[in-house]
Write a protein that binds this ligand. Structure first.
Ligand code: HEM
Ligand code: HEM
Length: 188
């Protein structure tokens, strides 16, 4: 399988980026949910939040590469073609994912810097986007949490839609996004 998208399938670059980012996003969400289990100010709570920040910053890096790749690699069409409203809804969710996965890490970073708690990335200092401003830090955190929660529900919708395409519509939406060996096994 080549790096570039093919006539009927996503290429290996799109597959690797999709599944690596999917894993990192889900892991970032699991770690931020975990932080609620530990008391405020505890070391475990801080550690779990740190892991959330690091995973989220990795998502930003990979999303920049993915956006650049996506612009030069249009997705392969689905066979048989979905109804126009389905294609529109899918497009809306995908555009929102791209925007949210670029915006969330930046909002997270900006909110921590504005709150006077600038994070580093893999031990390296990050450029300062924000001067300290506690009120602004709170609003940015609020925006980050709102968008983060919308992403959770859209992931649920996105996964259900993937299975619905495969099991109910019986089209190749999901098979196109699976590694060739797995698509062959599940293919009809
Ligand atoms: C893929 C990227 C990311 C996703 C999907 C994401 C999602 C979320 C979600 C769902 C929450 C919890 C919202 C709630 O409590 O209702 C949250 C909290 C938070 N995130 Fe992120 N986030 C991402 C990246 C980042 C990054 C890169 C940073 C910082 C550099 C960051 C900083 C924070 C902070 C400070 C909180 C609040 C934690 C607290 O309650 O103290 N996030 N994020
Ligand atoms: C395990 C769960 C997942 C499954 C089964 C899945 C499945 C799929 C499938 C089948 C497509 C192709 C849809 C099409 O071309 O119309 C797709 C595309 C996409 N998925 Fe997922 N996905 C999953 C998780 C995620 C996660 C966690 C994210 C990030 C929040 C995500 C973001 C995207 C984006 C942005 C696209 C559009 C790709 C493009 O055309 O550029 N997916 N996914």
């Amino acid at each position: 399988m080549g790096l570039r998208n093919e006539a009927r399938r996503y290429g290996s670059a799109a597959l690797w980026l999709h599944w690596t980012i999917a894993l990192l996003v889900i892991a970032a969400l699991v770690f931020i949910e975990l932080h609620g289990l530990y008391p405020k100010g505890s070391e475990a709570r801080e550690a779990v939040k740190q892991i959330h920040f690091q995973l989220g910053m990795l998502v930003l890096l990979l999303m920049l590469a993915r956006l650049a790749w996506r612009l030069g690699n249009p997705p392969p069409p689905i066979t048989p073609a979905p109804r126009p409203w389905e294609a529109f809804l899918a497009r809306l969710v995908h555009v929102f994912f791209y925007a949210a996965l670029l915006a969330l890490p930046l909002l997270g970073l900006a909110s921590l810097q504005a709150s006077g708690k600038p994070p580093s990335f893999l031990g390296l200092p990050l450029p300062a986007l924000m001067a300290e401003d506690k009120a602004l830090g709170k609003s940015l955190k609020g925006a980050h949490e709102l968008i983060g929660n919308i992403v959770i529900w859209l992931i649920v919708l996105h996964v259900v839609a993937g299975f619905w395409h495969h099991l109910v519509r019986r089209d190749d939406t999901l098979l196109r996004m699976l590694p060739a060996w797995l698509a062959r096994r599940l293919g009809r």
